[in-house]
Design a protein around this ligand. Structure first.
Ligand code: NAD
Length: 436
């Protein structure tokens, strides 16, 4: 980090924080830099600052399972509840070799701010197991999931902590968690997890929810910038659940998707790419590589295209201090979690690029997870139209509230989003007081 940048970052640090610095791409640091900036602007009381930084509960469990060959192996799993002042902890469970307690703590805090920015009655949580699911059979994964669920059963539940899918976990894994929990409780408890199959209490509209949320906030941003939706050009990085859905829904409202990408690289056509055909192509060929009617380009080139809207919807840390100056999009809608580093924020701000921050832009997923939990608890299920209408209402209201905060305090949409969510969580803490 240059001296000037280090000085700027230092100014953002709250006085009560220990000043440990690490690299630009550390997600916990990235989140804490924004948290500190927002907390300082809100003049958050030092005591409350300390409370909001610390996770409420961290559980580390050993998970012994029998492999298919009869050998016993012991895995390590985590569940962290960062803050439950506003309601049950909410957040995914990931199965990955890169899982660590620090990462889970950071992601749990991230969920606290995301749930608060869209005003859901949830706190933030996250879980994970250190494992490589690609080397495990379905039966081994089931045993791992069920034993992990049994190990964390005392701290999860519809009123306590509601897990969901994350990296390498899916509807199938959620179904096993729900069944294991229900067998222990001796009755069916669908609301213990979200992201379940529709046949067992999942919600209509959940699969498209994150991409749909991206569409809603992007349309709002275009309106704010007095830009037309019809013909607005879009580049989307990542063609999975979030990216492909956002691209499809944006194309449906008349936006022109000129570039999309996945792990295999990017494709570009200034006249527009047929997203339905690209989705069909992926079904047949797994990757976009070789898609006819578009020119192959690199993912770096995609990020630098002169488009109206750029949707990074693949990975974290793709817009950094190294490439932010090259970005030519007018609006960035962060479909992925943490695609922009704190250092890149300053560069994008200086260029006047309008960034819809991740904790707002991709909150459509957790919003429909909330709807799933509400439907399970009420035992009454909504049709997809109702889900989509309610999602749209929440995304529009949240966008406008963040925008208002950013205008009032003359800060970016990102810092506005953090200020709004910290304010909401802090208000709950002040009302509840400190139990002693
Ligand atoms: P996914 O696995 O369905 O899709 C990821 C896509 O990114 C794939 O097309 C993959 O090929 C592509 N990709 C991987 N590496 C790439 C690279 N180096 N360059 C370009 N593309 C690359 O995942 P997803 O569910 O769509 O999630 C994407 C991001 O959105 C993640 O950051 C995730 O945390 C975030 N997110 C997802 C949801 C959700 O509901 N799925 C909700 C909130 C946030």
């Amino acid at each position: 980090m240059t001296t000037a940048k280090a000085k700027k970052a230092q100014q953002l640090i709250h006085p009560d924080r220990d000043n440990r610095f690490s690299s630009e791409d550390n997600p916990f640091e990235a989140m804490m830099l924004r948290f500190d900036d927002a907390a300082r602007r809100l003049k958050l009381e030092p005591g409350l600052y300390k409370v909001l930084r610390a996770p409420e509960k961290q559980l580390i469990v050993s998970i012994p399972i029998m492999r298919d060959n009869g050998e016993i192996e012991v895995f390590t799993g985590f569940r962290v509840q960062h803050n439950t002042s506003r309601g049950p902890a909410k957040g995914g469970i990931r199965f990955d070799m890169a899982v660590s307690i620090d990462e889970v703590k950071a992601l749990a805090a991230w969920m606290t701010w995301k749930c608060a920015v869209v005003n859901l009655p949830f706190g933030g949580g996250k879980g994970g197991v250190i494992c490589d699911p690609s080397t495990m059979s379905m039966a081994e994964l089931e045993r791992l999931t069920r034993r992990y669920t049994a190990a964390i059963i005392d701290i999860i539940g519809p009123d306590q902590d509601v897990p969901a899918p994350d990296v390498n976990t899916n509807e199938r894994v959620m179904a096993w968690i729900m069944d294991t929990y229900s067998m222990h409780k001796r009755h069916t408890v669908t609301a213990v997890v979200t992201g379940k199959p529709i046949d067992m209490g999942g919600s209509q509209g959940r699969r498209d929810a994150t991409g749909r949320g991206c569409l809603v906030v992007t349309m709002r941003a275009l309106q704010r910038k007095k830009m037309k939706v019809q013909g607005a050009t879009v580049a989307v990085q990542g063609f999975g659940n979030v990216g492909a859905t956002a691209a499809r829904l944006m194309a449906e409202v008349g936006m022109k998707i000129v570039a999309v990408s996945d792990k295999s690289g990017a494709i570009h056509n200034p006249k527009g790419i047929d997203i339905a055909k690209a989705e069909q192509f992926i079904k047949a060929h797994t990757f976009l590589e070789g898609f006819p009617g578009a020119k192959p380009i690199s993912n770096e080139e995609l990020l630098a295209l002169p488009v109206d809207v750029l949707v990074p919807a693949a990975l974290e840390n793709v817009i950094t201090s190294k490439n932010a100056a090259k970005i030519r999009a007018k609006i960035i809608c962060e479909g992925a979690n943490g695609p922009t580093t704190a250092q890149a924020d300053a560069i994008l701000d200086a260029k006047g690029i309008y960034v819809i921050p991740d904790i707002l832009a991709n909150a459509g997923g957790v919003t429909v997870s909330y709807f799933e939990w509400v439907q399970d608890r009420g035992g009454y299920f909504w049709d997809e139209k109702t889900v989509n209408e309610r999602l749209e209402k929440i995304m529009i209201t949240s966008f406008d509230e963040v925008s208002e905060m950013s205008v009032k305090h003359k800060v970016s949409m990102r810092i506005g989003a953090y200020m709004l969510s910290i304010q909401r969580v802090a208000a709950m803490h002040r009302l509840r007081g400190l139990y002693a």
